[in-house]
Design a protein around this ligand. Structure first.
Ligand SMILES: Cc1ncc(COP(=O)(O)O)c(C=O)c1O
Length: 447
C-alpha cells in the first residue's frame, strides 16, 4: 500500500484517463450505496496524498490546488500530524471532554488564545465542524447579550445546518427546499468591489453606510446580538472587502454592544499570508470561528473569544459528544507546530507572489476574466461575459473540467458559479505550482 505524506513523489503523473477504470468502478459502487445529495468535484478515488499531490486508485498523481477545501494547508499526512495522532490513538481515542477531560483539549485552547487576533483574555470551546462552531458562536452571542437578531451578508457561507443555512446566502445547492430556516437573521449587502454599483472606489464607505442603515431601520441596533462575517468570503466567491470595511464594521459593533463574529473557517491558519485574515487590518473580533486547517485534516472546530462573553454561558450550556476529540486535538497541535516550523504564513505569501503575476497575465490575454483577486494562497478569478458583469459559469465549468482531465484539481465557487478558486497546500513546491498554472493557462486557451 502506498504511504502518503510529503515522501510521495511530488510529480504530476497520468497513467489513465481521469477518472480511470478503478475510480469508475468505485464510483459505480458509490452510486449504489451513497446518497446522491453528497456529490464530488472530481470522482477520482484517492489512495494517498501529501505535499502538493493526490494519488488515485489508478495510480494517477494529480496536482492539488484545492487542499480538500482549504483544510490540508500543512499538506496531507504531515509528519507532525501523523506522529501526534498515532501516539494519541494508541493511548486513548475518546472520553468525551464533558465526562472526563484531557490535556490536549486545554493545549489547543491555549494555542487558540495565543494565535487568534487580540491580546485580551480569551476562552475557547471546541466542536467537530465549522457549521457547529458558527452555531455555537451565535448561541454564545445571544446568551451573552440577551438579544435575538443576527446580521449576515450577501454571498455569505457559514454551513449547512438549519441555523447556518439561514446565515448562508446561496439557494442552490445549499438551501433549496430545505426550509423553513431559523428566524431573526437579517441579510445585508456585502462590500463586493467588482460588483459595487458605483464602482470599487466607493465600495468601502457606501457598503458600510448601507449596512448600518439597514441595521438601524430594519432591526434596531439594540436588538442585534451579533454580526457574522467572513473576512474574505469563501464559497460565495472569494470576495475580498476593500480595506476599511471590516475595521469600520468592528467599530460600529463595539459602539453598539453587538458581538462581532469573524468566521475564519476558510481563511484561518496561514491561508491568507497571516495567521488570520483579520490580522491584515488589525481587526480584533469578539468571537472567531475556526475549523478546516486547524487540525490538518481531522475534524475539529472552535469558537474563541473574549473571556467575559464566552464565560457568560452557564456550565453545561456548550458541548457535544465529540467536540474536541483527543485525536483531533493531537492533530491540531501537530498542524500548528508544522505551521510554525515551516512559516506557512510566509509560504502563503510566497505562493501569492508566484501565482498573482501569472493569473494577471492570463487575465490580460482572456477578457472573460473580469477580476483576479485574493490574498496569500487564497486566490480566485471571476469569469464574466467580456466587457460586462454577466457571470460566465459555463466557462468556469469548462476550464475546471479541462484542468481535471489534465491532472490538476481546481475548485469553483461563487454565488453565480463563475469563480475559479485556488487553494494549494501551503507546502506545495514551486515546480508543481508552476506546472499547475501552466495547465490552467492551457485550459483557458481551449475554453
Ligand atoms: C467560512 C465558512 N464557514 C463555515 C463553513 C462550514 O464548515 P463545515 O463544512 O466544517 O461545517 C465553511 C465551509 O466551507 C466555510 O468556508
Amino acid at each position: 500500500m502506498a504511504a502518503g505524506g510529503p515522501a510521495l513523489p511530488q510529480e504530476r503523473r497520468l497513467v489513465t484517463e481521469i477518472p480511470g477504470p478503478a475510480s469508475r468502478e468505485l464510483l459505480a459502487r458509490r452510486d449504489r450505496s451513497v446518497a446522491r445529495g453528497v456529490s464530488h468535484v472530481l470522482p477520482v478515488f484517492v489512495t494517498a496524498a501529501g505535499g502538493g499531490v493526490l494519488v488515485d486508485a489508478d495510480g494517477n498523481s494529480l496536482i492539488d490546488f484545492g487542499s480538500g477545501i482549504a483544510v490540508t494547508g500543512v499538506g496531507n499526512s504531515a509528519p507532525e500530524v501523523v506522529e501526534r495522532v498515532t501516539d494519541q490513538v494508541s493511548r486513548f481515542t475518546h472520553t468525551c471532554f464533558m465526562v472526563a477531560p484531557y490535556e490536549g483539549y486545554v493545549s489547543v485552547c491555549e494555542e487558540l488564545a495565543w494565535l487568534t487576533p487580540g491580546g485580551h483574555d480569551k476562552r475557547s470551546a471546541l466542536f467537530s465542524s465549522g457549521a457547529e462552531a458558527v452555531e455555537n458562536a451565535v448561541k454564545i452571542a445571544r446568551h451573552a447579550t440577551g438579544r435575538p437578531a443576527v446580521i449576515t451578508f450577501d454571498h455569505a457561507y457559514h454551513g449547512r445546518t438549519n441555523l447556518t443555512m439561514a446565515l448562508t446566502a446561496k439557494n442552490m445547492p445549499y438551501k433549496h427546499r430545505f426550509g423553513p430556516f431559523a428566524g431573526e437573521i437579517y441579510r445585508a449587502p456585502m462590500a463586493y468591489p467588482l460588483r459595487w454599483p458605483t464602482g470599487p472606489g466607493n465600495c468601502a464607505e457606501e457598503a458600510f453606510a448601507v449596512v448600518t442603515e439597514l441595521i438601524h431601520t430594519q432591526v434596531g441596533e439594540q436588538n442585534v446580538a451579533a454580526l457574522v462575517i467572513e473576512p474574505i468570503q469563501g464559497e460565495g466567491g472569494f470576495v475580498v472587502p476593500p480595506d476599511g470595511f471590516l475595521p469600520r464594521l468592528a467599530a460600529f459593533c463595539r459602539d453598539n454592544g453587538i458581538v462581532f463574529i469573524a468566521d475564519e473557517i476558510q481563511t484561518g491558519f496561514c491561508r491568507t499570508g497571516d495567521w488570520f485574515a483579520c490580522d491584515h487590518e488589525s481587526v480584533v473580533p469578539d468571537l472567531v470561528t475556526t475549523a478546516k486547517a486547524l487540525a490538518g485534516g481531522l475534524p475539529l472546530a472552535a469558537v474563541t473569544g473574549r473571556a467575559a462573553l464566552m464565560d457568560a454561558v452557564h456550565p453545561g450550556g456548550l458541548g457535544g459528544t465529540y467536540g474536541g476529540n483527543p485525536v483531533a486535538c493531537a492533530a491540531a497541535l501537530g498542524a500548528i507546530a508544522a505551521m510554525e516550523r515551516g512559516d506557512l504564513a510566509g509560504r502563503a505569501r510566497h505562493i501569492g507572489a508566484v501565482m498573482l503575476p501569472r493569473l494577471r497575465d492570463l487575465a490580460a490575454r482572456h477578457p472573460v476574466i473580469a477580476e483576479v483577486r485574493g490574498r496569500g494562497a487564497m486566490l480566485a478569478i471571476e469569469l464574466t461575459v467580456p466587457g460586462t458583469l454577466q457571470p460566465a459559469p459555463d466557462v468556469a465549468k469548462r476550464v475546471a473540467s479541462a484542468c481535471h482531465r489534465a491532472g490538476l484539481m481546481v475548485l469553483t465557487c461563487g454565488t453565480f458559479g463563475n469563480v475559479l478558486r485556488f487553494l494549494p497546500p501551503l507546502v506545495i513546491g514551486d515546480e508543481l505550482l508552476g506546472e499547475g498554472l501552466t495547465i490552467l493557462e492551457h485550459a483557458f486557451g481551449r475554453a
